[in-house]
Every structure is written in structure tokens, then in C-alpha cells.
Design a protein around this ligand. Structure first.
Ligand code: F6P
Length: 323
């Protein structure tokens, strides 16, 4: 018999992402409308271990759907990686009557959810990361806002860079994943996209391209560099030395994680939040919500974590053809 859930907890964990507030709002309102009590856990798993737990009512999530960041705040927590930490977390959930928990975050956060599920707390994950690097879903909350923020910033950099006939390297977020770089590369018409999944250390090739393009009359050269490649500033110095063309590096950084979420992020986050509550109400646990082939789906967390996400070859190749 499926375990009946009475109190649903919700937390955000890992890097924040625009749209997390819309997901929190959906969890709270859907749970309340299903007759459940709701508790917000502040600062992720760290806040759980410190018992930073608050009651949540409908009004507590008013006026947040348009706000970036996460009203519950977020953190990364080393202690929760240990067996003792996980046992303590499950005990604290029980102490506060939390028998179902929604965890909004990335892969690392699912590991925490998985551990709590193993300790008897029903858990459901929601993909919240600007990196789009979760294999079991075609969409992660925050990606759309982040790529639009980055795209607009790169357009601006391009204006000034073209005026000065410079080469520009723009570093976007993505420590292990190149989706933001790939999308901006296409959307901003970059000449080169360097992403961790496909980096071949062929800097001389890039230099040759810049020189050839300049000979053909191109006044500007845009390189989008994913954070995982790094060394944008030294790369700019090397390119300038080798080509004689003024080269500037801009690291967009954390501005990509902030800002008011796009309509798409608000909508997807709202659906995912509601779906997570539905799953808990059905007695499900150790699942993660996803969006695949135009449907709202869910997967076992163990299965989801074992899946591999690969950069679509067609998209990467098309980007090179269009440059
Ligand atoms: O949110 C994902 C991400 O933006 C990665 O691309 C990046 O490497 C990481 O977060 C950095 O986050 P923090 O500095 O907060 O750990």
C-alpha cells in the first residue's frame, strides 16, 4: 500500500536558477489544494540539518513568480554527503512531520533526495539548473532565462567589439556542460564555440580562422567559451599576440543566474512543481520529474542519475556551418 503523505517539505539546493520561485509556489499551492500541510526548508540540505524549517501558506508564495533567485535560499552541504548527515536529515524530517519532500536542484541535489528516500522519506526531484545538464529531461528550470540574459549581453559586447574591429571571447557559465555556450553560439552568431564536451585544444586552428576571416573582410570575431574551458583572459592575450588583432575577454559570470524568469521558465517550473506534488500524493518516492518528448514524465532517481546527456552532434555541427 502506498504511504499516505500528510506534510510536504520543499527545498532548493545547489546553484540557484531563475524559475525556482515559480516551482516553490506551485509546490505550495498544489499541496495545499490537495489537503496537505507544507513546510519550507531554508538553505537546502544545510538548512534541513540546522532545522531552518518554516510553515508555508498560500500567501507566503504571493508575488514571487516573477522574482529571480529562490525565496527559500540555497546552499551546498558537505555534511549531507555523509551517512550520518543523511540519517540526521531523515530524523529531522520525521521530527517536523515531513513525510514527503520536493527537492529542486541539479544532479547533486538528487543524490541528497535519493539518500533521504533510502531513509524512509518520500522524495521527488525537480530539475532546477541553468546548465541544462540533466539527462532525464529536455528542460531544466532556469536555462531559458540564463541563455536569454547571456545572449543579450553578448549582443552588446558584439556592438562595441565590431566598432573597434576586435576579437572577443565571452565566457558563459557551464563548468561541465556546454549548453549555454552552444545556444548562445548559435543565437549570437559566434565564429567559435568552445565547450567542455568537445574541446580539442586546437587554439592554432582558431588563430588561423581569425587571420583568414580578417583577410576576407570580417571585422569581428566572436568566441563563446564555456566556463569549463576556462583561461579566457590568457587565451585573449595569446590570440592578440598571434594575430595582431586586439582581443578582449569578458566573463559574464553570476549575472546569468539572476533576473526575472522568462515566461517559459515560469510555466515549466509551475508544471514541474505541480507534478512533483501529484507524485507524492500517489505515494511515489525516489523519482525525478522531467519534460521529455513534449510530455511531463518522471523517472526513478537511480535511473536518472545513470543516464548520460550528450551535446547533440547536429546542433554542434550546424553551429560550425553557420559561422
Ligand atoms: O548553476 C550552475 C552553475 O552555474 C555552473 O555552471 C557553475 O559552474 C556553477 O553553477 C558555479 O556555482 P557556484 O560558484 O555557486 O558554486
Amino acid at each position: 500500500m502506498a504511504k499516505e503523505i500528510n506534510t510536504i517539505g520543499v527545498l532548493t539546493s545547489g546553484g540557484d536558477a531563475p524559475g525556482m520561485n515559480a516551482a516553490i509556489r506551485a509546490v505550495v499551492r498544489k499541496a495545499l489544494s490537495s489537503g496537505k500541510t507544507v513546510k519550507g526548508i531554508q538553505k537546502g540540505f544545510m538548512g534541513l540539518l540546522n532545522e531552518e524549517i518554516i510553515d508555508m501558506e498560500r500567501k507566503d508564495v504571493s508575488e514571487i513568480i516573477q522574482r529571480g533567485g529562490t525565496i527559500l535560499r540555497t546552499a551546498r552541504c558537505e555534511e549531507f554527503r555523509t551517512e550520518e548527515g543523511q540519517q540526521k536529515g531523515a530524523d529531522i524530517c520525521r521530527k517536523h512531520g515531513i513525510d514527503g519532500l520536493v527537492v529542486i536542484g541539479g544532479d547533486g541535489s538528487y543524490r541528497g533526495a535519493q539518500a533521504l528516500a533510502a531513509h524512509g522519506i518520500n522524495t521527488i526531484g525537480i530539475p532546477g539548473t541553468i546548465d541544462l545538464d540533466i539527462a532525464c529531461t529536455d528542460y531544466t528550470i532556469g536555462f531559458d532565462t540564463a541563455v536569454n540574459t547571456a545572449m543579450q549581453a553578448i549582443d552588446k559586447i558584439r556592438d562595441t567589439s565590431s566598432s573597434h574591429e576586435r576579437c572577443s571571447i565571452v565566457e558563459v557559465m557551464g563548468r561541465n556542460a556546454g549548453y549555454i555556450a552552444l545556444w548562445c553560439g548559435v543565437a549570437n552568431g559566434a565564429e567559435d564555440i568552445l565547450i567542455p564536451e568537445k574541446y580539442e585544444f586546437r587554439e592554432q586552428e582558431i588563430i588561423n580562422n581569425i587571420i583568414n576571416n580578417r583577410k576576407k573582410g570580417k571585422t569581428h570575431h566572436l568566441i563563446i567559451n564555456a566556463e569549463g574551458i576556462g583561461h579566457s583572459t590568457s587565451m585573449a592575450r595569446r590570440i592578440e599576440a598571434a594575430t595582431g588583432i586586439e582581443t578582449r575577454a569578458t566573463i559574464l559570470g553570476y549575472m546569468q543566474r539572476g533576473g526575472s524568469p522568462t515566461c517559459k521558465d515560469r510555466f515549466y517550473a509551475s508544471m514541474m512543481g505541480a507534478k512533483a506534488v501529484d507524485l507524492l500524493c500517489e505515494g511515489k518516492s525516489n523519482r525525478v520529474v522531467g519534460y521529455k518528448h513534449a510530455s511531463w514524465v518522471d523517472f526513478d532517481i537511480d535511473e536518472a542519475l545513470a543516464m548520460q546527456k550528450v551535446i547533440p552532434e547536429y546542433e554542434f555541427e550546424t553551429c560550425r556551418v553557420l559561422r
